[in-house]
Ligand binder design. Structure first.
Ligand code: TRP
Length: 342
């Protein structure tokens, strides 16, 4: 590995991750990402971003984007991301992301971008708006990662291809010029189940799902959560048993229950053996309600405190800029831009 790029070896490893402030954050996002980030803050130099520039690759209503950005920051804070331990910031506050993306664009091939699975999916979904930004999305993501000399990128499996592209771009730049970027790796924590849609339990729970009943968000109230679990798709059998292949709906509910109660799947399965689906669904809903209630009240409290959030963002952007521009200055120099007189 290219550890010699770093100033010294006593540094902790750097992790970087981000979420788009688009739509509502689901319990799947929470269990799959934010919840796992909390303990990482102790072990790593951690940077967590709200990637608003990625969001505008699909149509947004400006006022909603603004609100969603604050709401997501408030959720980060409510879940336990700590501005004393991590750098928390909004992507558009650090212009270096767009600036590095421009340079990286020139060493990225159109053919590579055309092969990106998410680009192909989104092009199908937003056929009336296949803009350059949508295609370039993975290069901006590579910039996010490479600017901070990131070692590890905690993301879900659906983002693996993008992290691999970031690796390719980093290696290509390093080979063409000279060692500049740390080559990042995907970091998939051992724990954290993949949470599926409540209506179509063979598909991932997605925040862009149009069917409200399929998705439980971190901001849903008690009644909504209960209603959605009561309507969750199971099967025509009656046995509560973990069997993803034959009983995807029931298995998904067991996973959710296990994540929120800390019980193992086996313990959960035993608890519900001989009981009907009706009781089971209510218990799962209650575990979710109980698990997210303290986060929700904290989120609401913080979301009202704009002054505090602005303070966090100002400090985060300042610290992020310091690191990002160190990298960008090197990049500009290596590609042959003359230094700017400051
Ligand atoms: N594309 C990621 C997602 O949709 C979000 C993201 C943007 C990201 N930049 C990143 C994740 C950098 C990790 C690192 O989930």
């Amino acid at each position: 590995m290219d550890n010699n790029i770093k100033a010294n070896d006593i540094h902790k490893k750097v992790i970087f991750s981000g979420i788009q402030p688009t739509g509502k954050i689901t319990i799947g996002n929470y269990l799959g990402s934010i919840k796992n980030w909390i303990p990482m803050q102790e072990e790593f130099d951690s940077i967590f971003c709200v990637v608003d520039m990625h969001s505008i690759t699909v149509n947004q209503i400006p006022a909603e984007l603004r609100k969603n950005t604050y709401d997501l920051l408030a959720l980060y804070l409510a879940c336990g991301l700590d501005p004393q331990k991590s750098i928390l910031f909004v992507q558009s506050h650090v212009p270096a992301h767009a600036e590095l993306a421009w340079v990286l664009n020139t060493i990225t091939y159109v053919g590579e971008m055309n092969r990106m699975t998410q680009f192909k999916d989104k092009s199908r979904k937003h056929a009336d708006n296949i803009n350059m930004g949508l295609m370039d999305y993975p290069v901006l993501m590579a910039s996010d990662i490479l600017l901070y000399q990131t070692d590890l990128v905690p993301v879900g499996i659906d983002q693996k291809q993008h992290v691999e592209l970031a690796r390719d771009i980093a290696q290509r730049f390093n080979n063409r010029y000279s060692p500049t970027f740390v080559v990042p790796e995907c970091y998939t924590p051992k724990i954290g189940a993949k949470i599926m849609s409540l209506q179509e339990p063979t598909a991932k729970m997605s925040k862009s799902d149009e069917n409200e009943n399929a998705v439980v968000t971190m901001l849903d109230d008690k009644d909504a959560i209960m209603r959605k679990f009561k309507r969750a798709v199971t099967d025509s059998d009656t046995e509560v048993r973990f069997d993803v292949e034959n009983k995807p709906g029931v298995s998904n509910l067991l996973s959710i229950y296990s994540c929120f109660t800390g019980k193992t799947i086996e313990q959960a399965q035993n608890e519900f053996s001989g009981k009907g689906y009706g009781d089971f669904k209510i218990k799962v809903a209650e575990s979710v309600i109980e698990g997210i209630a303290p986060i929700q009240s904290e989120q609401q409290r913080i979301a009202k405190d704009k002054a505090y959030m602005d303070e966090v963002l100002k400090d985060g952007a300042m610290r992020a800029c310091r690191i990002a521009y160190k990298t960008l200055d090197k990049v500009y120099k290596k590609v042959g831009f003359i230094p700017k007189i400051r």
